[in-house]
Design a protein around this ligand. Structure first.
Ligand SMILES: Cc1cc2nc3c(=O)[nH]c(=O)nc-3n(C[C@H](O)[C@H](O)[C@H](O)COP(=O)(O)OP(=O)(O)OC[C@H]3O[C@@H](n4cnc5c(N)ncnc54)[C@H](O)[C@@H]3O)c2cc1C
Length: 521
């Protein structure tokens, strides 16, 4: 019924790369987005695969599938790199936020070894893509340094070291660290790397389009239904039909089981110029809770210290304070000349420590997802591409069981699982009964937002620099929690599942797919 006709591409204006926040990351600095491509004749085609989401996971997956001979369509709600990949800190390391010892305790030694192998495969794929497609993305091999500042952290470091040895990663103790912070013990791990994530994405995008892949930017997939084994994806502009659908959206959209499996976290990063040339050549990490990290990147010919941390559950702390605290911490230990960039972004912590990659629970066969990458999505998003490509083509992959989104969580994680969900339940109930601070419209300063109560109704109100109020319903369109104001990124963030909206209510980050309704002042 549907013939495969050639696609005509339209070009729109080349523009600055956009991100899901008000603050600019350095990756957006010296790049413009490549021409937006809008394939035509979509309704006449049944694609082999629809990949939803144009971050590192979506583009890596789309490229592998297209190269494997599949007819692929990639739909991105905004533009390539708009999500967390545009706000990452881009370390490519072979140790993860969930340590190998933690994985061993929940999934056994074999699980820990497989996890290490998956991360190494992710690192390898990045290197292979860079070599195969000659992507110039500042890729640089590095040594990592992890240091402990007190006895508790020494214990953690010892366990980290033992976990690395268990899975065959060589580390050694060192007496020197490249930052002026007092420490008790440190280890160094070789064969790590760093890169420029958006230059890498643009390289993948070029390779994908050259291989014949189709890309529709500014196309948010709102829902997928299935008829006669064909999945029908709807966006406001078009309907896309495909034999398989891959949600590479960081968190699958709408209400689904995955909302319960991972918790959204916000993380902060600064790009600062130092007074001296004492930039660390290594990737440096402390073991505080939440931890800090430091590395160096040259942006537009200028060296910058990239320093990050101060993570917290989305919507649970004041982002302005978190950012200020991070800056204070960096200024304490580094001779800062100026802060060139500061930005924040969101990642998802899986309740049992491992990512969820594979057939999505409670959906029709052939609908896949990849989420729960913690702070390790460069490697895990890349290996997800390999896993999902195998699952689409052969139905099998060595990591299928370990990362199965339908897996039953080990007992160890149950406590954490209950805590995460009790917290969501609190917001679902408490928010509705007005426990949040409210204030009057008059007291909202220009450039700031607040939850206020007008005639007994809650309103998410933002006053722009001209004094105009942008008033929205504060009830998240995903599951009905009340959103919180994020002064740093000028967004309304949901504390339950991490949906985010701009000052006019437009969805910035899923799982919501519907904008916050605007209200009359
Ligand atoms: C501050 C910070 C620092 C980090 N540092 C590191 C690091 O050093 N190393 C590391 O390995 N990891 C790091 N991470 C994690 C890593 O950045 C992420 O895991 C990774 O970028 C996720 O990539 P993704 O492609 O899965 O998602 P994203 O990059 O978020 O891409 C998802 C895309 O899907 C689109 N989308 C969403 N919903 C829809 C829809 N319904 N229809 C169409 N499109 C949709 C979005 O617009 C977005 O562009 C960090 C995370 C943060 C927050």
């Amino acid at each position: 019924m549907y013939s495969k006709k050639p696609f005509l591409m339209k070009n729109s204006n080349i523009a600055t790369i956009k991100r899901d926040g008000d603050l600019k990351s350095p990756w957006q600095a010296d790049l413009t987005s490549s021409a937006t491509t809008i394939p035509e004749k979509i309704s006449e085609t049944i694609f082999d695969c629809l990949v939803v989401g144009g971050g590192i996971t979506g583009l890596s997956t789309a490229l592998l599938l297209q190269k494997a001979g599949k007819n692929v369509m990639l739909a991105e709600a905004n533009s390539i790199g708009f999500g967390t990949t545009g706000g990452t800190s881009a370390h490519i390391n072979n140790f993860a936020d969930t340590t190998y010892k933690e994985v061993e305790s929940a999934f056994g030694k074999e699980g820990a070894s497989l996890f290490a192998r998956a991360i190494a495969e992710g690192q390898d794929l990045i290197r292979e893509n860079i070599n195969d497609y000659k992507i110039e993305c500042d890729y640089d091999s590095k040594t990592a340094i992890v240091y402990a500042e007190d006895d508790d952290q020494v214990e953690q470091l010892t366990s980290l070291f033992a976990g690395l040895a268990m899975v065959g990663i060589h580390a050694r103790f060192t007496d020197i660290i490249p930052v002026s912070i007092p420490f008790k013990k440190a280890i160094s791990i070789e064969n790590q790397a760093q890169f420029h994530p958006l230059k890498y994405l643009q390289g993948l995008q070029k390779a994908y389009l050259t291989a014949g892949g189709k890309l529709a930017e500014h196309t948010r997939i709102n829902k997928v239904s299935t008829s006669d084994d064909i999945h029908i994806a709807e966006s406001s502009q078009m309907t896309i039909r495909a034999k398989s659908v891959i949600y590479a959206t960081h968190m699958p959209p709408n209400i689904n089981v995955m909302n319960l499996e991972s918790a959204p976290y916000r993380s902060y990063v600064l790009g600062v110029k130092l007074k001296s040339d004492k930039y660390p050549d290594e990737l440096v990490y402390d073991l505080q809770e939440p931890y800090h990290y430091f590395r160096t990147h040259t942006i537009e010919g200028e060296k910058l210290l990239i320093a990050g941390g101060n993570d917290h559950k989305t919507g649970h702390e004041d982002p302005e304070k978190q950012m200020a605290d991070l800056e204070k911490y960096i200024r304490k230990y580094f001779n800062v000349s100026s802060v060139k960039y500061k930005w924040s972004s969101q990642y998802y912590v899986p309740v049992d420590g491992l990512p969820y990659i594979g057939q999505m629970p409670l959906t029709k066969n052939g609908i896949y997802c990849a989420t729960g990458f913690n702070g390790n999505g460069m490697m895990l998003g890349s290996v997800a591409a390999k896993i999902l490509t195998d699952l689409v083509i052969k139905g099998e992959n060595i990591y299928k069981e370990l990362f199965d989104p339908c897996r039953v969580k080990p007992i160890d994680s149950f406590k954490e699982f209950v805590t995460e969900n009790a917290d969501v339940a609190y917001h679902l109930v408490a928010d509705r009964f007005g426990i949040h601070e409210t204030d009057s419209l008059k007291r909202i300063e220009p450039g700031t937002g607040k939850l206020v109560e007008i005639d007994g109704k809650k309103v998410a109100a933002y006053r722009d620099e001209k004094g105009t109020i942008h008033a929205l319903s504060p009830t998240c369109t995903h599951m009905g929690c009340i959103v919180n104001w994020n002064q740093e990124e000028k967004s309304w963030d949901c504390p339950c599942h991490g949906a985010r909206f701009d000052i006019d209510g437009k969805v910035l980050t899923g799982p919501a797919t519907i904008d916050l309704p605007q209200m009359q002042e």
